[in-house]
Ligand binder design. Structure first.
Ligand SMILES: [Zn+2]
Length: 318
């Protein structure tokens, strides 16, 4: 069943659009690459300009690597590749700016392609249509060379599926910094709700508080503290945590923060349990479980188990 389909949203602007209501955790896309090239066969010392030229040349003048790779795939895949390339906003003046493809290629290159651990440069069909938003409604993960996109929010039929393409270090940066990065790196002016001048304040505040929370938690996790300083930290972080929990539906969109948020709850639950504050501990363990279940089958199982353990201890079940 096709849950999402490439759709032209306005002239020259395509996106992947939901065909029906999609619930959080649903797999929206599960794709193997249209075409891929083992990285080891490519030069590693290209500048960005070279890369662009390389791709334009390879695609246009039919030379070498991409063409060779394309020749090996089915006719349908070749057609999809051409359609994708010519529909891309990167297709300008007969030159192909592959920043879009590169993005997925770069991410994919961290995914082992086979037992030898080779990595490849790959182009995906549907996933390439997914545009960026600093308030994404989906996340992606790798399974070998397959890319899997999962909804993190309720996505209504007709709504565009959007991913956060920012590097992790910038996901909690204020709008100004994110915008200038995206403009410089991807030549696009993000106008998502969190970047829009009229509405960016809320997003900025949430991000700043999350960043603060993270800094605090980094100090707590794994550190040896006296019970008094533990209590002080807990006090401070409970304020941030309750703010974070209130904004859970927004934070849910910042996936890595979800993990930290769940981790934070587990951490506080343990500390509270150790201090004998069982009902508070139970509360945080429950919160951790709620946050951890945000997305099906995600990597938060360990957090869930830890939260369960604290709960069991609180309830005297072990
Ligand atoms: Zn944005």
């Amino acid at each position: 069943m096709t849950l999402a389909f490439p759709t032209q949203l306005r002239v020259g602007y395509w996106g992947l659009v939901a065909q029906q209501n999609i619930h959080p955790g649903t797999i929206v896309c599960d794709e193997t690459p249209l075409v891929s090239v083992i990285l080891d066969t490519l030069h590693s010392d290209w500048s960005d300009d070279d890369k662009i030229r390389f791709y334009a040349d390879e695609y246009k003048t039919d030379t070498k690597i991409i063409k060779r790779a394309l020749a090996k795939v089915s006719k349908d895949q070749q057609d999809l590749f051409r359609r994708l390339v010519t529909r891309s906003p990167c297709w300008r003046r007969d030159r192909l700016d592959v920043s879009r493809f590169e993005l997925y290629a770069r991410v994919l290159s961290s995914a082992p392609r086979d037992d030898e651990g080779l990595t490849c440069l790959a182009v995906f069909y549907k996933v390439s249509y997914i545009n960026h938003s600093c308030r994404p409604n989906a996340v992606f993960s790798w399974d070998g060379e397959r890319v899997i996109v999962q909804a993190t929010n309720v996505i209504a039929a007709g709504e565009e599926i959007v991913l956060d393409r920012l590097p992790e270090s910038l996901q909690c940066a204020i709008a100004e910094l994110r915008k200038s990065y995206l403009l410089q790196k991807d030549s696009f002016d993000c106008q998502c709700r969190d970047c829009h001048l009229d509405t960016c304040k809320e997003g900025d505040e949430i991000r700043q508080r999350l960043q603060h929370l993270h800094a605090e938690l980094t100090g707590i996790i794994g550190s040896q503290m006296t019970p008094t300083s533990f209590q002080a930290r807990i006090q401070r972080n409970t304020t941030h945590l309750s703010f974070a929990s209130e904004h859970c539906s927004l934070i849910r969109q910042l996936t890595w923060q979800d993990m930290r948020l769940a981790g934070a709850h587990v951490c506080l639950a343990k500390a509270l349990h150790r201090s004998g504050l069982l009902s508070c501990a139970q509360n945080h363990a429950t919160q951790a479980m709620i946050v951890s279940t945000g997305i099906n089958g995600y990597v938060w199982n360990n957090l869930m188990i830890e939260a369960m353990e604290v709960l069991q201890q609180c309830l005297g079940l072990e």
